[in-house]
Design a protein around this ligand. Structure first.
Ligand code: BG6
Length: 482
């Protein structure tokens, strides 16, 4: 279904995010017929190029980032027709009059700030002083949204000086992932799970976001952030919220975000004994890999490229059910999943099972091979008596839904279209971001004050040894990363 006609201004249009995600994503929406005739994408950046130059850049971005089956020369040409460019000085006056002249006040106006947060103040200021912003204007901002509570509050205040919360779209691209949204469908569109969805029946939850890549060329950003700021405060927190939240009364932006906020506020402080930090080591051999300390500038860096935490949600539903979170770079496989481990039945009627059978487990695979897997116990086939065996009820979206299941839009495509539709459900509200930092800050302050060094782990492994202990000592274990 096409969205309304819009003028989308990408500020920072020649940058990495714009060329890797935003422009290819918009093209894919165009290719699928979702971008209406008359919609316009206005690139703005410091670079002194013209519209032709911008179209060339966009064409290269599409060729590089859109699969051959999802593009063709005719539609690329037609898409590029919708692109315009204006050189713009975010901190000066150049380009703003030209930008104003381009924007049509009678269509949806959105401004994507694909620039450093330090420019947000200048941008919001000028959108107003040049009379470009209206009460309906939407602005889109990216992470990192601050690096602690104080800076997040300052950013929120900067935006709030000129825009209402309903105009601000804070992107957490995990919320745009198909399977992440599916978490809500699984929980709230089935009667099956919800009655069991509490500490009476759930033993624990494991959330894993494992990556194979190192920090690569992003060392200077990453070394100031670390896994806790880069992944846990935002993406993993959102996953935890969707698992732990109460049913919202409606699938409505504020109803959903109110419930997520309550979860974040219920998170307990995490003692240092429930935190493991790691840093990847280099490997020699045929395909040598650099270690973290070679990938960043500071050879003594104490920044973590891996973190595992045991988190408690202090409310009626979750009292006594820990959430174990882990995420890291240079791990064995790229895999993101959420595993809900249910408790054992209260009494075993089967002698040979000895009461130590594996638990029922619901695994939601976020990537790759999106799907769900429910592990259940059955009788082992054969005449050998009543022996039990655990088997998976396995469902991959690709198999279950055919082509629709494999043709999953990128998170950014969906989120940008939601901006145009004016739907904030999958965007973070200012108070949510602040609450997440309020929980994160003391954790980081704790290890900084202690001067903790992260534990080294081999590239290609499943993380530092201490992370295994985090669960072993509770009589539990992590699922394999594969
Ligand atoms: C980003 C982080 O937000 O998410 C990166 O800054 C990380 O460090 C990335 O690699 C992971 O996203 P995805 O979609 O590849 O799981």
């Amino acid at each position: 279904i096409p969205v309304d006609v819009f003028d989308l201004v990408i500020i920072g249009a020649t940058g990495d995010l714009a060329t890797r995600k935003i422009l290819p994503g918009l093209y894919r929406r165009f290719f699928d017929g979702q971008m209406p005739a008359g919609a316009r994408i206005i690139g703005a950046a410091r670079a002194e190029i013209d519209t032709e130059g911008f179209r060339d850049l966009a064409r290269r971005a599409i060729m590089e980032h859109v699969g051959a089956a999802k593009r063709d020369a005719v539609s690329i040409d037609a898409f590029l027709e919708a692109l315009v460019y204006v050189p713009l000085d975010a901190t000066g006056e150049a380009g703003w009059d030209e930008l104003k002249a381009l924007i049509r006040p009678d269509v949806v106006n959105a401004f994507y700030f694909s620039v450093a947060p330090s420019l947000f103040g200048d941008l919001t200021e000028r959108l107003h002083s040049y009379g470009i912003a209206t009460p309906e204007t939407r602005i889109v901002v990216e992470k990192p949204f601050g690096r602690d509570l104080a800076s997040a509050k300052a950013l929120n205040a900067t935006l709030a000086a000129h825009f209402r919360e309903q105009q601000i779209y804070r992107i957490d691209h995990y919320l745009g992932k198909e399977t992440v949204q599916n978490l809500m469908a699984v929980r709230f569109a089935n009667i099956l799970f919800e009655p069991l969805w509490n500490s009476q029946y759930i033993d624990h939850v494991q959330i894993t976001v494992a990556e194979t890549v190192g920090v690569g060329g992003r060392g200077s950003y990453y070394d100031k952030a670390g896994a806790m700021r880069d992944m846990v405060q935002n993406h993993m927190m959102q996953l935890l919220c969707l698992i732990a939240m109460e049913p919202p009364y409606h699938f409505d932006p504020d109803a959903v975000r109110d419930e997520k906020l309550k979860v974040i506020r219920a998170l307990q402080p995490v003692p240092s004994s429930d935190i493991v930090r790691g840093q990847y080591l280099g490997t020699a051999g045929k395909e040598p890999k650099s270690g973290y300390l070679e990938d960043v500038e500071d050879p003594n860096s104490r920044t973590e490229s891996y973190v595992a935490l045991k988190v408690q949600v202090a409310n009626w539903r979750w009292q006594g059910t820990p959430f174990y979170l882990r995420t890291g770079k240079r791990l064995r496989a790229r895999t993101s999943e959420i595993a809900i481990a249910f408790k054992q039945p209260p009494h075993s009627i089967f002698d040979d099972a000895g009461g130590s059978w594996p638990e029922n487990m619901l695994v939601i695979r976020l990537q790759p091979n999106e799907g769900m897997n429910l592990k259940v116990m059955i009788k082992e086939p054969g005449p050998g008596g009543m022996r039990l065996v655990q088997v998976p009820l396995d469902m991959s979206f690709a198999e279950a839904l055919g082509e629709e299941g494999t043709d999953i839009p990128d998170a950014y495509e969906r989120l940008i279209m939601d901006v145009i539709r004016g739907n904030q459900t999958l965007f973070m509200r200012g108070d949510e971001v602040e609450a997440a930092w309020a929980w994160t800050d003391p954790i980081i302050a704790g290890w900084e004050a202690r001067g903790d060094r992260p534990q080294g782990y081999d590239s290609g492994s499943s993380g530092p040894d201490d992370a295994l202990m985090l669960m072993h000592r509770d009589g539990r274990r992590w699922r394999n990363i594969h």
